[in-house]
Design a protein around this ligand. Structure first.
Ligand code: ZN
Ligand code: FE
Length: 241
């Protein structure tokens, strides 16, 4: 069990992820919205936080940086393109850069659209990807700083990852996303089956993240959009849903 992932649910629907390598005893926090519950969870597990990886500059992804850094002395890695908006940054990274957690390597993928410099952290050997607000279970991020063409390219690129890749999203948006997805593809059997499971899980307060690339290929209306125009129309409809 070299790598372990722990979830810290914070704010109304954010997930902060802790990724721990038991060989090097390193722990990275991905997108700490806040500090205290993250430090508490790490403390309970006797995990020493050595790094923070940010996917983008939004406050609900970097809000805990400063206090976690002050408490642990950890190093903050964040997108170079958003360095000016992430004052706690130590290491600026871009497409193709490798970030290490012990012997484990994460490749930096640039996935702009939600924000102009949004990145994801892909650990190919572990079969994990941390996607921030780019890909959600049955959804995608809002296009605050980018275009439908960029998000379409992101979706197509992520769809090519190995199907069993575990996808760690930064929010629990699955139920609302799925309800919208059903309006797009009411006859998609994989989608109706998934939604029955999601409804049951959420009724009991159980998280539906991580998801997998395979599940998203089968049920995500944005990953399944056949063209930029189709993605644009679906994104606009979801914004008004
Ligand atoms: Zn965001
Ligand atoms: Fe967010």
């Amino acid at each position: 069990m070299p790598l372990e992932v722990a979830r810290v649910p914070v704010l109304s629907d954010n997930y902060v992820w802790l990724l721990h390598d038991s060989e090097s005893c390193e722990t990275v926090v991905i997108d700490p919205a806040v500090a205290e519950p993250v430090l508490a969870e790490a403390g309970r597990r006797h995990w020493q936080i050595t790094q923070i990886w940010n996917t983008h500059w939004h406050p609900d992804h970097i809000g805990g940086n400063q206090a976690i850094k002050a408490a642990t002395g950890c190093e903050v890695t964040a997108p170079a393109a958003e360095a000016a908006r992430i004052p706690t940054l130590d290491r600026a990274v871009a497409e193709g850069d490798i970030v290490c957690l012990g012997d484990h390597e994460a490749c930096v993928l640039e996935v702009p659209a939600h924000t102009a410099g949004h990145i994801a952290y892909h650990l190919p050997d572990a079969g994990l990807i941390f996607v921030g607000d780019t890909l959600f279970a049955m959804g995608c991020g809002r296009l605050f700083e980018g275009t439908p063409a960029q998000m379409h390219a992101n979706m197509q690129r992520l769809a090519k990852l190995p199907p069993d890749t575990l996808v760690y999203c930064a929010h629990e948006y699955t139920l609302a996303n799925g309800r919208f997805a059903l309006t797009v593809e009411p006859d998609n059997l994989a989608l109706t089956e998934r939604m029955a499971e999601v409804e049951a899980l959420r009724a009991r307060g159980i998280p539906t993240v991580p998801t997998t690339i395979a599940l998203e290929r089968d049920t995500n209306p944005f990953m399944r959009a056949a063209s930029v125009e189709e993605l644009a129309a679906r994104r606009a409809a979801k914004d008004a849903f």
